[in-house]
Design a protein around this ligand. Structure first.
Ligand code: UDP
Length: 346
């Protein structure tokens, strides 16, 4: 029998890629998503349960109906800028609702979790590439919520023997090379898809949020990691937890940084189209430089990024965005929802 894995947020950008990789690896992946940001059509037929991780009664039914071996918990609010404006939303969604999920897991005796954390837990780091041992000092509510959950997981590990793989993502980017799924947020706030939308003529220009940072060209530097590489790390983490029966915390970076200007130039190069780029004020919560070490991920999981060059990452994103799959608001083919997973009406 293939192991059954619950993927919360599995209709979202990263979650859908995780689900794809897990299904291809032979896991029986079930997606739980409230479709607030996710797309039902990203989830293969019969695998989507629509519901909320903050609803304990609902979770109790879900865990009673399925025998999950582990949970990959990607349901979260994810925008650094928005988190500075709406902190309550972030603490509620990312911390309070995660507690509800963890308590339901413990009650159902599901004791393994893969949790995507973020490089935002480091704040404005002094060492690059950043090792996992770097002091943790988030400068945005988003980073703070992820760090709180990391801390909660340590306490749940001691109290309930819940084992977790904490994966501190750097900047997720790109799309499945087969063009089946890609990055579609509504509204879009991330740099690469916004630059692509500008190249496609769907936006009048790209705004650069600040060109007066202490970086080589004055714009922020980030470490872009292919979403399929991140998804692969979830699979390797599930295997690690099963094999080692112990928790771990890792960075998932490429060990190389690109500035906002370099990303804009790469999108122009890959798309063969130029677009207007305008300098705008800094965005709250943005540190100047974030590049991640992946040495520990290589040692502990055998993880090395397969698609590490920016050109390939942007090319896959461009293929998806410029293909048939321009974002549409939450299309949900009726066959995608598996009502009978629970026997409950949704
Ligand atoms: N950025 C930008 N213009 C945009 C969107 C993002 O200049 O329209 C910058 C942003 O300030 C940051 C970098 O691009 O320095 C990456 O931002 P993104 O939102 O993609 O990811 P984050 O680093 O917030 O996770």
């Amino acid at each position: 029998m293939p192991e059954k894995i619950l993927v919360t947020g599995g209709a979202g950008y990263i979650g859908a890629h995780v689900t794809k990789v897990l299904l291809e690896a032979g896991y029986d992946a079930i997606v739980l998503d409230n479709l607030s940001n996710g797309r039902g059509d990203f989830v293969p037929d019969g695998r989507l349960v629509v519901g909320d991780i903050g609803n304990r009664a609902f979770l109790n039914h879900l865990f009673a109906a399925h025998s999950f071996a582990a949970v990959c918990h990607l349901a979260a609010s994810i925008q650094v800028g928005e988190s500075t404006l709406l902190p309550s939303l972030y603490y509620r969604n990312n911390v309070a609702n995660t507690l509800t999920l963890l308590d339901a897991m413990v009650a159902a005796n599901v004791k393994q979790l893969v949790f995507p954390s973020t490089c935002a837990v480091y704040g404005a780091p002094s060492i690059q590439p950043i090792p996992e041992s770097h002091p943790l000092n988030p400068i945005s509510p988003y980073g703070a919520t992820k760090l709180m959950v990391e801390r909660i997981l340590q306490d749940y590990s001691r109290a309930f023997e819940l084992q977790s793989a904490i994966l501190r993502f750097f900047n997720a980017a790109g799309a499945a090379p087969d063009g089946s799924i890609g990055e579609a947020h509504e509204p879009e706030t991330h740099l690469i898809p916004i630059a692509i939308e500008a190249a496609l003529g769907l936006r009048s220009h790209l705004k650069i949020f600040g060109d007066d940072y202490n970086t080589p060209d004055g714009t922020c530097v980030r470490d872009y990691v292919h979403v399929m590489d991140l998804a692969e790390a979830f699979k390797l983490s599930l295997r690690y937890l099963q094999r080692e029966q112990t928790s771990l915390t890792l960075n998932l970076g490429n060990m190389q940084g690109f500035s906002v200007k370099e990303v804009a130039e790469t999108v122009m190069q890959v798309s063969g189209r130029s677009f207007d780029v305008r300098v705008a004020p800094r965005r709250a919560g943005d540190p100047p430089l974030l590049v991640g070490s992946n040495q520990r991920a290589a040692e502990m999981l055998g993880w090395t990024p397969r698609y590490s060059d920016l050109n390939t990452i942007v090319r896959h994103a461009w293929q998806w965005h410029s293909g048939e799959r321009l974002p549409v608001p939450n299309p949900l083919p009726p066959s995608a929802i598996s009502n009978n997973l629970l026997g409950l009406p949704y």
